[in-house]
Design a protein around this ligand. Structure first.
Ligand SMILES: *[C@@H]1O[C@H](CO)[C@@H](O)[C@H](O)[C@H]1NC(C)=O
Ligand SMILES: *[C@@H]1O[C@H](CO)[C@@H](O)[C@H](O)[C@H]1NC(C)=O
Ligand SMILES: *[C@@H]1O[C@H](CO)[C@@H](O)[C@H](O)[C@H]1NC(C)=O
Length: 367
């Protein structure tokens, strides 16, 4: 059943936050980004205003935004999604997920309680693997998170312009809609991004030719002269130094390229443009706490047991991880069924989300 686990990533397509609405910059077109290269080509030491660790659903839009005014380094441990047919085509949705080779963009893992799951290892992150359903966050959630609702609304448009499409409901998905309405998941809200009760058609990141668009496409908004994207760059440690009397601050990172060579990137000392000089960790729910722990930030006992020097005893790092429960019902069909991924959702007042996919699924994924 492992093929269905990455559905948990569906909501990763809900982007919120720190994006500015920008005019589409056409000077750099995916996949021929001039600012993107393999980390083996990076110098041993380089300086930037911002260093972003993790080129996923959060890191790509953040890098594009910051590059408008600053020199930005985006470090991604995986490769480019461009040219990989498994990622691009809707029909090969399950192929990537079942590819467990060391170079697969889908890295499988098993949680401590035995749940088989997948993490992304590719520029664009979870948007390269998930079922590509797009919806807005509940405005109440946005408010509780302390985000600027107006900025979030404008960010939605920024994202939708390049990677969200209205799905074409065919046989299967039309039947799913009728089924949801028949069992009383009401009202029918039609095509909308609003987070509301009932049955609705949402956005999809697959275009009319069934080609997947990913968060890596948001890099076309970047200012090419402000951005460096390094692929196969695995960050091993964040470097800290003590500023003045007592303030300890991150000032650089150590990363290895695909050939195993070590590089360092540091924050520039002087910036005339008001850079905050930050190292931003957007390496995912597992990758981010892992990197903090490797860098000496985490529960002191845990760090000591691993022989890591404790920089900050922060007991909550790596804690509180939870999986959303997922129940899957598989209905085998005697005849071939069209391939479709989630295009609509039934949101019930019980707090459940009902979605459906159809099509052929490779037999080993159903073991
Ligand atoms: C990217 O570069 C390749 C090889 O030079 C070229 O064939 C392709 O048309 C380019 N794609 C775009 C979108 O510019
Ligand atoms: C696509 O997926 C198949 C099946 O998992 C795998 O064997 C193949 O190497 C993948 N292709 C690429 C380009 O990653
Ligand atoms: C943002 O969008 C939501 C949903 O469309 C709307 O309710 C809200 O008023 C908007 N807020 C702002 C500040 O634009």
């Amino acid at each position: 059943m492992e093929v269905f686990e990455p559905w948990r990533l569906i909501l990763a397509a809900v982007l919120a936050g720190f994006l500015h609405f920008q005019v589409l910059c056409t000077s750099d077109v995916a996949p021929n980004y001039t600012f993107m290269q393999e980390a083996t080509k990076a110098p041993p030491v380089a300086y930037y205003d911002y260093i972003i660790i993790g080129g996923g659903t959060a890191g790509c839009p953040l890098a594009a935004t910051l590059s408008q005014n600053f020199r930005v380094l985006l470090l991604e441990r995986g490769g480019s999604p461009y040219g990989n047919q498994n990622i691009t085509n809707l029909a090969t949705f399950t192929d990537t997920l079942t590819d467990t080779s060391p170079t697969s963009p889908a890295q499988s893992f098993v949680s401590e309680d035995g749940v088989v799951n997948t993490r992304a290892r590719v520029l664009g992150g979870g948007t390269c693997l998930n079922a590509g359903f797009y919806t807005h966050a509940d405005p109440e959630f946005v408010q509780k998170a302390g985000l600027d609702l107006d900025l979030v609304n404008r960010s939605y448009q920024w994202v939708e312009k390049v990677m969200v499409f209205e799905p074409q409901l065919r046989q299967w998905q039309s039947a799913v809609r009728d089924g949801l309405l028949e069992v009383g998941v009401l009202p029918y809200n039609g095509y909308t991004f609003e987070h509301i009760y009932g049955t609705k058609v949402g956005g999809t990141i697959f275009d009319k030719d069934n080609h997947r668009h990913t968060a890596a496409d948001l890099l076309q908004y970047a200012n090419p002269s402000g951005l460096t994207v390094l692929l196969y760059a695995t960050v091993h440690r964040i470097l800290f130094k003590t500023k003045g009397q007592s303030k300890t601050a991150a000032h650089g990172v150590i990363f290895k390229d695909g050939a195993g060579n070590e590089h360092r990137a540091y924050l520039s000392k002087e910036t005339d443009k008001g850079s905050m000089g930050e190292i931003i960790v957007s390496a995912g729910a597992l990758g981010s706490p892992q990197l903090l722990i490797l860098s000496g930030i985490g529960p002191a006992q845990h760090l000591k047991s691993l022989g890591i020097k404790v920089l900050l005893d922060q007991p909550w790092v790596g804690q509180g991880m939870a999986d959303n429960p997922l129940n899957v019902i598989v209905v085998p069909s005697p005849s071939p069924v069209e391939v479709s991924l989630a295009q609509q959702v039934g949101i019930t007042r019980l707090g459940t989300y009902i979605e459906a996919i159809s099509g052929s699924i490779s037999s080993d994924s159903l073991d």
